[in-house]
Ligand binder design. Structure first.
Ligand SMILES: C[S@@+](CC[C@H](N)C(=O)[O-])C[C@H]1O[C@@H](n2cnc3c(N)ncnc32)[C@H](O)[C@@H]1O
Length: 454
């Protein structure tokens, strides 16, 4: 009966019903307070959820009344580490390593506590001895490796985060494959592995927002923010999740996003997400502007140069500007751009004296909320009768909104018409599918407008 109940609780957990799982465990715990397996399962779930306080309370209660096994003490040590009670956590973990050297969690927890207690030499010894018992433990060898590189103490926690990168990548793959339950479990494992890594909490927060679990997502992001208040990605998603929509995300957020994405950008966007906007915009432009050559063109947010590549046979020169150096490095390899500048598009347009006959801006304005300044600057730098072609994600919310699930902005068509009306003729728009997102098409609008002659 106990076993069945615990199994049911784990089933509820795996199905995403964390509250149900915890309630069931609590009930079994009340009925069988002396059965260690119940305390272990219940505390294990609480640790997954990073409820260190509750986990420590359950485990402490148990060990005060009954005799506790090393496995239970190892869990208690992890909970105390989460509560930053490093001395007590280290003492318990040490006991585990003596009484049950076969438990890798004891070595792990002891070593990590010693690092926090500023005893790197003792920590090294602990990881080395742990490895004699568990030669194949990736966690122990990773920690040892990190220690041998002796990063400064304040960088240590982030450095220790790197094995979780593997777990988070697997979580991403599972999520892409449509297995959110396993993906979430994987992210929580990464958190369990290193509760002080802001990176994992951020990943959990963003994952939860993607699944419309806003309150939990905010909680995870707040935790990430406490651990690393300077992270622009956490700040961005936290703002959107709280319903605050800034005029524009920080440049650091965009830069980091695309620096990290650059290597797999073309393969992922075109190969997997079926991104066809550059081709579609070239076709729309060609159906309106029939001359063979657009002249000098500026590619705003050129990225890796997909738009430049689609347009290269119809320009005399093309220049590119983008915030991400890694994206620009890839664009450069195409050998099609006359110049490539790393700058914010609005700042670039504001400071240049150059004029272009046409400008394109595909899949970029989804990273800008208020478009007024950009459109004004574009109009100033286009020659009379010059062309502007761009894409946006669509929304029925006027003038624009932003989606906490994706971090991107969506713009209302009326708003675009309104902004363009000052300096451009009536724009031609086309409703399209921009790309896929979690297997579903993303609705968007292509816009082509010609600058007025005066
Ligand atoms: C999704 S990619 C699109 C790249 C390219 N236009 C395409 O269609 O393949 C978005 C690009 O816009 C850049 N970007 C976003 N906001 C920007 C801004 N305010 N200033 C400059 N570049 C920006 C990003 O760095 C990224 O390279």
């Amino acid at each position: 009966m106990i076993e069945t109940n615990l199994k049911n609780a784990l089933g509820l957990w795996a199905g995403g019903d964390q509250e149900g799982a915890l309630l069931l465990c609590q009930q079994v715990m009340r009925e069988h307070p002396n059965v260690e397996q119940v305390a272990l399962t219940y505390s294990g779930l609480l640790l997954h959820r990073e409820d260190f306080e509750q986990a420590a309370a359950v485990l402490d209660d148990f060990q005060n009344q009954y005799s506790a096994s090393p496995a239970l003490l190892a869990n208690l040590s992890i909970a105390l580490r989460g509560l930053k009670q490093f001395e007590r956590a280290a003492k318990l973990a040490e006991r585990v390593t003596i009484e049950a050297p076969q438990l890798v969690s004891g070595w792990n927890s002891l070593g990590l506590c010693l690092i926090e207690l500023d005893q790197p030499e003792r920590a090294t010894q602990v990881f080395q001895t742990g490895l004699q018992h568990h030669p194949e433990s990736p966690a122990l060898s990773h920690h040892l490796h990190q220690l041998s590189k002796s990063p400064p103490k304040d960088k240590l926690s982030e450095a220790l985060a790197s094995p979780i990168v593997g777990l988070l990548k697997s979580a991403q793959t599972l999520s892409d494959e449509g297995n959110p339950v396993a993906a979430e479990a994987m992210i929580r494992k990464a958190i369990h592995f290193n509760p002080d890594s802001s990176y994992s909490h951020r990943a959990l927060g963003c994952f939860l927002l993607r699944h419309a679990r806003i309150t939990e997502g905010i909680e995870a992001l707040e935790k990430a923010h406490t651990l690393d208040p300077s992270c622009p990605t956490t700040q961005h998603f936290l703002q959107l999740a709280r319903g605050e929509i800034p005029n524009k995300p920080s440049s650091e957020y965009v830069e980091r996003l695309f620096d990290d994405y650059a290597e797999r950008f073309d393969e992922h966007l075109v190969g997997q997400l079926d991104y066809q906007v550059p081709r579609m915009l070239v076709e729309l432009l060609a159906s309106i502007e029939t001359s063979q050559n657009l002249g000098e063109v500026l590619d705003l947010g050129c990225g890796t140069g997909l738009m430049g590549d689609a347009l290269k046979d119809q320009v005399s020169h093309i220049d590119g500007v983008d915030l991400s150096q890694k994206m620009l490095d890839l664009a450069k390899r195409r050998n099609i751009y006359r110049s490539l500048v790393r700058q914010d598009i609005e700042a670039y347009l504001h400071h240049t004296d150059q004029r272009w006959n046409a400008m394109v801006c595909t899949d970029v304005l989804i990273y800008v909320g208020d478009l007024r300044l950009v459109i004004d600057q574009i109009a100033k730098r286009l020659t009379p009768k010059g062309w502007l072609g761009f894409s946006v994600e669509s929304t029925h919310t006027y003038p624009y909104t932003a989606d906490p699930a994706s971090g991107r902005y969506q713009h209302h068509t009326e708003y675009l018409h309104e902004l363009l009306s000052k300096d451009f003729g009536t724009p031609v728009t086309e409703e399209v599918h921009l790309r896929k997102n979690i297997g579903l098409p993303v609705r968007g609008t292509l816009v082509v407008a010609q600058k007025k002659s005066v």
